[in-house]
Design a protein around this ligand. Structure first.
Ligand SMILES: Cc1cc2nc3c(=O)[nH]c(=O)nc-3n(C[C@H](O)[C@H](O)[C@H](O)COP(=O)(O)O)c2cc1C
Length: 188
C-alpha cells in the first residue's frame, strides 16, 4: 500500500493529553467532529450514539462542578462533548450481545481521530458525577452518560500533578501482543 494511505502513524500519534488551553474551538470544527462521529458503523445502522456539545459558560461551569478531583486538569477545557446511549437504541441479540455501547465507542473514536486532524486534544474520561451531569443537562433517566470528551488545543502543563506529567511526556504503555492477540485459534 502507498505510504500516504496508511493511517497507522496517525492512530499512534493520538494521545489522551491533559495539558489543555482555554482557547475556544470554532463551531465549524465542532460540526466536523460531530459529522465524523455520525459516520461510524453500527448494527443495522441503528446509530445509537447521542451527543451533547457544551461550550457556553453556564454549561462549562456545570461540567466543571461534576468532574472528579483526579480530572481537575480538565477545568480549563473550552469544549466538552457528552456521550450517551442506552441498550434499547441498538441491536440486542437473543444470546445476550448488546451493541449500543460498542457502536457508540466506534463513533467516539471516529470523532477523536477527526479531533486529532483538527489539531485538538480529545480526551475521554469516566471520572465525573454521572447523576449530577445527567440532571444538569436534562438527560433522561434511562439513558447512560457513557463518557465525557474533553476537547481543546494543547496548552500549559501547570495544572498537572507529577504522575500526569509523566504520562503526558512518557512513552506509550501497551500490553504485549501475546496477551490479547492470537492467530488461527484462541491461545490467550
Ligand atoms: C472510557 C475511558 C475513560 C477514561 N477516563 C479517564 C479519566 O477519568 N481521567 C483521565 O485522565 N483519563 C481517562 N481516560 C484516558 C485513559 O487513561 C487513556 O486513554 C489511556 O491511558 C491510554 O492513553 P492514550 O489515550 O494516550 O493512548 C479514559 C479513557 C477511556 C477510554
Amino acid at each position: 500500500m502507498e505510504v500516504n494511505k496508511i493511517i497507522l502513524s496517525e492512530i499512534k500519534e493520538r494521545r489522551s493529553y491533559r495539558a489543555i488551553s482555554s482557547k475556544p474551538v470554532n463551531s465549524e470544527i465542532v460540526n466536523r467532529l460531530i459529522e465524523a462521529a455520525g459516520f461510524a458503523p453500527s448494527c443495522f445502522n441503528k446509530q445509537p450514539w447521542r451527543y451533547i456539545s457544551v461550550q457556553g459558560e453556564a454549561g462549562l461551569k456545570k461540567i466543571q462542578r461534576g468532574l472528579s478531583s483526579g480530572n481537575s486538569w480538565a477545568v480549563r477545557a473550552p469544549l466538552f462533548i457528552l456521550v450517551c446511549t442506552k441498550d434499547d437504541l441498538d441491536c440486542k441479540m437473543e444470546d445476550g450481545r448488546h451493541y449500543a455501547e460498542f457502536d457508540t465507542g466506534m463513533s467516539v473514536f471516529s470523532l477523536l481521530l477527526q479531533a486529532q486532524k483538527e489539531g485538538l486534544i480529545g480526551h475521554p474520561i469516566a471520572g465525573y458525577d454521572q447523576e449530577l451531569l445527567k440532571n444538569e443537562f436534562k438527560i433522561p433517566e434511562d439513558i447512560r452518560l457513557l463518557t465525557v470528551l474533553v476537547l481543546g488545543y494543547r496548552g500549559e502543563a501547570d495544572a498537572l500533578n507529577e504522575r500526569q506529567m509523566e504520562s503526558e511526556n512518557g512513552s506509550r504503555v501497551r500490553n504485549p501482543l501475546v496477551k490479547w492477540y492470537s492467530e488461527e485459534i484462541w491461545s490467550l
